[in-house]
Design a protein around this ligand. Structure first.
Ligand code: ADP
Ligand code: MG
Length: 692
């Protein structure tokens, strides 16, 4: 249960006075639903409202704050003209304050004749006079004008002043927290307390407070990173601590499989298998990440790991992120298993009724050796006779610590997480904690490089005939139109329009697949593309093209500038599976900034996924490396991977130390750390793994 101390912060946003359902809806657009979300809404920049000694020191076009005396009120002669108030500074430089649609008596109260006032706003020049339209502040007291004013991300209907006042309100609800960080570390880093840091960020007093490297900013980022690392460390420790079992089969099944394969394993595959077999043979539970580019041959590695468990008389499972991918694994694995007398079955949400019951029965009785399914497999009511090996194929979606929980199904099952996304080390840490990992850093021999070209969409009139030429000769191609969350409808419409246009040229050989379709429809389209009855597939999502169609050798990506490089790399990988040389066209919307175009050029220069991922991290920060939200990396509220990588490593070490010394978080600091975990909503780990 969430500690009581956090109660005020986790109340609904409507608990703040002045916020009703109308504002709550608007705030939801900027991800503010609870009081605490206001605290996380950090300013993106700051306005300098420091008092200028005179108007002469002001800069036209910039914010200025001046002390002036009111000289004259000049009401408009006609209604549509502004009401003007003439003022002057102490050197008699004149300033006109301009108001549209404002009543004179209101202004006479605010700006009585001869009164001294501090005014702040954007300084303009009009008719050779200094002028401020609708000053942001008018006050007799300079203290009412913040010297440094935070500027927040806004949404229509929410002004900066309004959100600032809400944030101030939220700040006033901050409870007194016990310190959850190591005292010595705090001292050494000169970190303020959490509350002081929050106040310094939202109410900065000095320009030092607002540096991206301020101690306040670092402190908050570190708190969040520690919460992240600690949650992962708790899960990891609980998994690892359960004594696993030694799994070391006699190798017979594996030998048979290798004999039937038409190829030799690459030395990279051999190397990772050695690492995996060693984990399996050890007494503690395996928890390993297997990274390998698309086409690097992870499936066979997974199968061999599973067979090791099967050789020992246990069951194994592989989970894929989508039905299509699960089916694809089934198609690869089932015939191989059949050859060697091993039973593999597919179980997804779409398998129902009798068939499903049969599979569930057989699984429970141990009549099925290998089960292949979606992640849903593990949430459902499925039991095993003795599950010893769980392979989680993440492709390019993550959310691992939830998944790790699910692996509780197999009491002592080894866990191997596979990903086709080259992930920089720092991001592995944020998503998986300090997890062992293996890399397949070599592709099977004979793969030809992809001919990658970057060009503006305006060239489409040349592209289409060239594409037609290739398709007529038997090629197959993907045409990807991205979906961006906020405007999904518009994007989908654009993709449909593209589909229609292509249909005019290519007729019935074009198919469309998108995320809004039913699984069954998607499967049908994919089948048609695989069989070749369609040869051009227009797709809106990255996920749906995660499918193996070796005959496809052309990848066209529209709006390539909207994708992360790592995503483009994934897409390009889809056409790299065959032996035929492949082509990848990255079409950017014209006009696009030069930086965006040169970013795309990196794709031309290299096919090394790890290099591309590092480049992406440098350019866009961690959250976006795999696209947006769904990536599982984008969930930091305060930490920023382009600024806080060093802190991440420290947090990782610290988290390890904490679980080693106080594994149930029961010490005084442990109790405070529980608050930290709840504060950053990393409480799954606490709920699942910690007592009391
Ligand atoms: P991944 O899952 O890593 O994207 P797959 O396991 O689907 O890659 O393998 C891609 C293709 O390469 C498959 O057709 C597979 O049979 C083939 N393959 C795997 N390992 C080798 C190898 N050592 N030599 C040649 N081909 C291989
Ligand atoms: Mg695969």
């Amino acid at each position: 249960m969430r500690p009581d101390i956090l109660f005020p912060l986790f109340q609904d946003i409507t608990s703040i006075s002045g916020v009703g359902s109308k504002y709550a809806k608007l705030l939801h657009n900027i991800e503010i639903d609870k009081v605490v979300d206001l605290l996380w809404h950090l300013p993106h920049s700051f306005l300098n409202r420091k008092l200028s000694p005179s108007l002469l020191a002001g800069k036209v076009g910039e914010i200025g704050t001046f002390e002036v005396t009111v000289v004259e009120h000049i009401p408009p002669k006609i209604k549509s003209k502004p009401y003007r108030v003439l003022c002057q500074d102490r050197y008699e430089n004149q300033l006109v304050l301009c108001f549209f649609k404002t009543y004179g008596d209101f202004l006479s109260k605010q700006l009585p004749l001869d009164a001294k006032r501090f005014v702040s706003g954007k300084l303009e020049k009009f008719n050779n006079m200094w002028q401020i339209n609708h000053p942001d502040y008018i006050s007799a007291n300079l203290n009412n004008i913040p010297e440094i004013e935070p500027v927040y991300g806004l949404t229509a209907g929410i002004s900066n002043k309004f959100i600032s006042s809400l944030i101030q309100n939220a700040l006033s609800k901050l409870p007194f927290f016990p310190e959850w960080q190591n005292q010595q570390f705090i001292k050494q880093r000169n970190f303020p307390s959490f509350n002081q840091a929050m106040l310094a960020i939202h109410n900065p007093h000095t320009f030092a407070d607002i540096q991206s490297s301020s101690t306040a900013r670092d402190r908050l980022a570190y708190d969040e990173l520690l919460a992240n690392q600690l949650a992962l460390a708790i899960v990891r420790q609980k998994i690892k601590k359960q004594a696993g079992r030694k799994i070391a089969g006699n190798g017979l099944l594996r030998r048979k499989i290798l004999d039937t394969l038409p190829f030799q394993l690459t030395s990279a595959q051999e190397k990772v298998l050695k690492e995996i077999f060693a984990d399996q043979a050890s007494e503690s539970r395996m928890l390993r990440l297997l990274q390998g580019d698309v086409g690097s041959g992870k499936t066979i590695v997974a199968l061999l790991a599973m067979l090791n468990a099967v050789e020992c008389g246990y069951q194994a499972s592989i989970m894929a992120p989508t039905e299509i991918l699960a089916k694809q694994h089934m198609e690869t694995i089932a015939p191989l298993c059949e050859n060697i007398g091993i039973r593999a079955e597919l179980l997804t949400g779409r398998i129902k009724g009798k068939k499903r019951n049969q599979i569930i029965n057989d699984l429970a009785e141990g009549k099925i050796d290998i089960i292949i399914g979606t992640h849903a497999l593990f949430v459902e009511d499925v039991t095993f006779k003795d599950l010893a090996c769980v392979i989680i194929d993440e492709q390019h979606r993550f959310g691992v610590h939830q998944r790790l929980n699910l692996s509780a199904k197999g009491n002592l099952a080894d866990i191997l997480v596979m990903t086709a996304t080259p992930i920089p080390r720092s991001l592995i840490l944020t998503a998986f904690g300090d997890m062992e990992y293996s890399k397949i850093d070599q592709l099977p021999a004979g793969r030809k490089p992809v001919d990658t070209r970057v060009m503006p969409l305006t060239k489409i009139d040349e592209i289409i005939p060239a594409l037609k030429n290739k398709l007529d000769k038997g090629a197959r191609a993907y045409w990807v139109c991205p979906l961006v969350e906020e405007s999904e409808k518009i994007d989908l419409a654009a993709a449909e329009k593209r589909f229609e246009l292509l249909q005019k040229v290519f007729g019935s050989k074009v198919g469309l697949i998108h995320g809004k379709m039913k699984e069954k429809q998607k499967d049908e389209i994919m089948e048609q593309f695989k069989s070749g009855s369609i040869n051009l597939l227009v797709a809106t999502t990255v996920i749906e093209v995660g499918v193996n169609v070796p005959e496809a050798t052309i990848m066209i990506v529209e709006h390539a500038e909207r994708f992360g490089l790592a995503q483009l790399h994934q897409l390009r990988g889809r056409v790299k599976r065959g032996i035929e040389a492949a082509t990848c066209l990255l079409l950017y919307n014209y006009p696009t900034s030069q930086t965006a175009i040169s970013r795309l050029q990196i794709m031309k220069e290299t096919e090394d996924g790890f290099l591309i991922a590092e480049e992406d991290l440098k350019l866009r920060g961690g959250g976006e490396i795999l696209g947006t939200k769904q990536s599982g990396f984008a969930n930091f509220k305060l930490a920023d991977m382009s600024l806080h990588q060093g802190l991440l490593l420290t947090a990782c070490q610290e988290a390890k130390m904490i679980v080693a010394q106080d594994q149930n978080l029961s010490s005084e600091r442990g109790q405070a750390l529980r608050i930290l975990l709840y504060l950053f909503e990393r409480d799954d780990a606490v709920k699942t793994y910690l007592a009391g």
